[in-house]
Design a protein around this ligand. Structure first.
Ligand code: C5P
Length: 219
């Protein structure tokens, strides 16, 4: 489906990236994880000792997306592959703050629009249907209960060998959503023309199929 773009938005840990990867691979489209871009800038912000001048931080930043057959999307920050650090707790707990800053958003959105210009992209994030790709051919707003989102995150952590507390995960997810939904610039919200997809209790295959069905309807 090289002639369309798909925008996938929703709160934290709703399964967006898992589903986006499946949909992209089934339709021979390219998956773009925009959260990873904000995480990469957050990584740099932390490495630089949390500077408050975001213009300066951004002006000296280069961000590049590459694709590895096995590992998928990789992020090069200032020419270094820092993808493996992007899921660390410190990054996760600071990313919403960094992503609320105007210089950070305009930098990332510009890059995202450029990546999607030729179509054939499945992009997930918080403002894809509202701001980045307002003309996307398909917009889906994915939600799931906080309990299930925290449980999924805990399982993911287990697979990575990281111990995590379910209550704490719930609190972190809720705090991040609250921040993302209430920031001044491009807050997380459903685009008027997006379809809501509640993934609670559904398998990856079921949700993927629901989106593929939606794609078939727009053809
Ligand atoms: O999707 P992920 O959990 O990796 O996103 C990390 C954070 O990046 C979000 O909590 C949000 O603050 C920010 N983000 C954003 N806009 C996007 C994607 C992510 O503000 N399009």
């Amino acid at each position: 489906m090289s002639s369309i773009n798909i925008a996938l938005d929703g709160p934290a840990a709703a399964g967006k990236s898992t589903i986006a990867k499946q949909v992209a691979s089934r339709l021979s489209m390219i998956y773009v994880d925009t959260g990873a871009m904000y995480r990469a800038i957050t990584y740099k912000y932390l490495q630089n000792g949390k500077p408050e001048n975001f213009n300066e931080l951004i002006n000296n930043t280069s961000l590049e997306l590459t694709y590895d057959e096995q590992k998928g999307q990789r992020i090069l920050l200032d020419e270094q592959d820092i993808t493996d650090y992007l899921r660390e707790n410190d990054v996760t707990n600071n990313v919403s703050y960094v992503a609320s800053k105007e210089p950070v958003r305009s930098f990332a959105v510009k890059l995202q629009k450029k990546l999607a210009a030729k179509k054939g992209i499945v992009m997930d994030g918080r403002d894809i249907g509202t701001v980045v790709l307002p003309n996307a051919e398909l917009k889906v707003y994915m939600i799931a209960s906080v309990k299930e989102r925290a449980e999924r995150r805990q399982k993911e952590n287990e697979l990575r060998g990281i111990d995590s507390n379910l209550e704490q995960l719930k609190q972190e997810i809720e705090a991040r959503d609250h921040y993302d939904m209430n920031r001044d610039i491009s807050p997380l919200r459903k685009a008027n023309d997006a379809s809501t997809l509640d993934t609670t209790g559904k398998s990856i295959e079921e949700v993927t199929q629901e989106i593929l069905d939606m794609v078939n309807q727009i053809k």
